[in-house]
Ligand binder design. Structure first.
Ligand code: GDP
Length: 525
């Protein structure tokens, strides 16, 4: 007999959906929420589409641009599972928070537009998931439109992402000619328009893996083509392996159309079957903590500021790793040893805030923060004394010089810089000789948020001078030689005083590598 805590943990499925903008992440998220009964009407996730935006109390900048700056959490129950979807901003202005969110999930769903294949942002997010070794499930979307050959798409997965793939189902036709899915895993054909052939949605396959010979679809060219593809895959494709799925070495591939809600439920049900339940988490001391451990513990993976401008509050998002979180419980913040009571917790649903009473491993809680937390902080109850592994830093690609407009405001300028850097909102660098401030980000939006917050929270107008895209590479402090610095490779130090170069481009980096073959150039993630 498992305990109540064990049962609760085992029912959790916590994942993020990763994709390039416009692949259909929002649309599929809405379908999933509809299945889970978390929303009643499509179009409620992204306010820009329905004009619902005024309802939300996110920061000003979000309202102006009509996008979600930071990720939120959606929770619903399906069958006997409690599902947590962590949203990752899909706009091209994504930020380090997007990456960090992937540190808090147990699996990822990669949505690919079948007409476009693997796009830039998908690739970046995929690399972070791969680094964590979490299972990745692929949803090939927009099957209701003419896209690329399915075999081509699988080949691209293997070539570009270097991951093995296993199609769980296979399209029968595409675009206007879409007839259904040959469901390899469930041994059935799922019809796109069941009404065309009578009302049955599923046709079971016989022992030969075929539909009955007298079924009208049997004569259709698209069916013959799909069968040929499936045969080819059975002979030459990868084998299904639960172990490889669990370690992120093989991605199960599902085809479908989020917009017409075709194949989404099959995907959801199969995904929930194979997606992992919360497992143990690594600590700084290289030990692990079981999710069934009685004491509560978790780590901060994201801090979102000014969700409600009237209160100027910040929310620290915490991934629960063990025990049961309860409202009003006493916890210790590991970094400072400070003890306090967690009285105000909020949990985020698609478009409303609800107070959480209880949460277990796999769940995400949002705590009101008045400046106590930093990214990567651990909190725990009782005498656990755990510190979870540090979150990785990501190599910024965009850089700006930053100065305070008013020299009289130096004090608040430095205070704001320090706070926002600590929070992980932006990366700070200083030039070696003159200590000029340079900030780095993975997305343009981080700069805008930074500028906005410096003004609103620290009353400091900052001047940002774009430096464009740079390739950042760290070097060993022992290799440091100021004469190596030039306008094409600017030598700076990070906030831990570690030296790095900001190369104008890859060409400049290669040139440098040729000139100084003994200097090792290291990237973060
Ligand atoms: P996101 O940027 O990844 O969140 O993408 P959205 O969900 O906002 O979708 C981008 C566009 O693609 C919207 O116009 C959607 O209506 C459309 N779209 C999403 N899924 C499908 C699909 O399955 N078929 C078709 N034809 N369009 C889709």
């Amino acid at each position: 007999m498992s305990t109540k805590l064990e049962q609760a943990v085992d029912s959790r499925r916590t994942f993020a959906i990763i994709s390039h903008p416009d692949a259909g992440k929002t649309t599929i998220t809405e379908q999933l929420l509809l299945f889970g009964g978390a929303i009643r009407q499509a179009g409620t996730v992204k306010g820009k589409k329905t004009g619902n935006f005024a309802k939300s109390d996110w920061m000003e900048i979000e309202k102006q641009r009509g996008i979600s700056v930071t990720s939120s959490v959606m929770q619903f129950d399906y069958d006997d599972k409690r599902v947590n979807i962590l949203d990752t901003p899909g706009h091209e202005d994504f930020s380090e928070d997007t990456y960090r969110t992937l540190m808090a999930v147990d699996a990822a769903v990669m949505v690919v537009d079948t007409a476009k294949g693997i796009e830039a942002q998908t690739k970046k997010l995929f690399q972070v998931c791969r680094m964590r070794g979490i299972p990745i499930f692929t949803f090939m979307n927009k099957l209701d439109r003419d896209g690329r050959e399915p075999l081509d798409l699988l080949a691209e997965l293997e070539e570009v992402l270097e991951i093995e793939s296993y199609p769980m189902n296979w399209p029968i036709g595409m675009g206007k000619g879409l007839e259904g899915l040959y469901d390899v895993y469930h041994k059935r054909v799922e019809l796109h328009r069941p009404e065309k052939y009578g009302e049955e949605r599923f046709i079971p396959l016989n022992d030969e893996g075929d539909i009955p010979a007298d079924h009208p679809l049997h004569q259709d060219n698209v069916y013959t083509q799909a069968m040929e593809d499936v045969e080819l895959l059975t002979e030459a494709g990868n084998e299904f392996s639960e172990e490889k799925i669990a370690s992120g070495k093989l991605t199960p591939v599902f085809f479908g159309s989020a917009l017409t809600n075709f194949g989404v439920q099959t995907f959801l049900e199969t995904f929930l079957q194979f997606a992992p339940k919360p497992s143990e988490h690594k600590t700084m001391a290289e030990e692990t903590v079981s999710p069934y451990e009685e004491e509560f513990s978790g780590f901060v993976f994201k801090i979102q500021a000014n969700m409600n401008p009237a209160h100027r509050d910040r929310i620290a998002f915490i991934r629960v790793c063990s025990g049961t979180f309860e409202r009003g419980m006493d916890v210790t913040l590991e970094r400072t040893g400070k003890k306090f009571k967690l009285s105000n917790s909020t949990q985020f649903m698609a478009d409303s805030r609800e107070t959480v009473e209880e949460a277990v491993a796999g769940d995400i809680i949002g705590l009101y923060d008045t400046g106590n937390y930093q990214i990567g902080d651990t909190i725990y109850s009782g005498k656990m004394k755990v510190a979870y592994e540090e979150l990785p830093q990501f190599t910024p690609e965009l850089f700006m010089k930053v100065t305070a407009k008013n020299v009289m405001k130096q004090k608040s300028f430095h205070k704001g810089m320090e706070q926002l850097v600590q929070e992980g909102a932006i990366q700070l660098y200083k030039t070696i000789l003159t200590e000029d401030y340079i900030i780095g980000a993975v997305g343009q939006l981080q700069f805008e948020v930074f500028q906005h917050r410096m003004l609103n929270e620290y009353n400091t107008e900052v001047i940002l001078t774009p430096m464009g895209t740079k390739t950042a590479r760290w070097i060993d402090p022992e290799d440091l030689d100021e004469r190596m610095s030039s306008s094409r490779n600017i030598l700076v130090k990070d906030r831990f005083d570690q030296p790095l170069f900001l190369f104008e481009n890859r060409f400049a980096m290669n040139w440098f590598a040729d000139k100084y073959p003994d200097v090792e150039l290291k990237a973060l993630l």
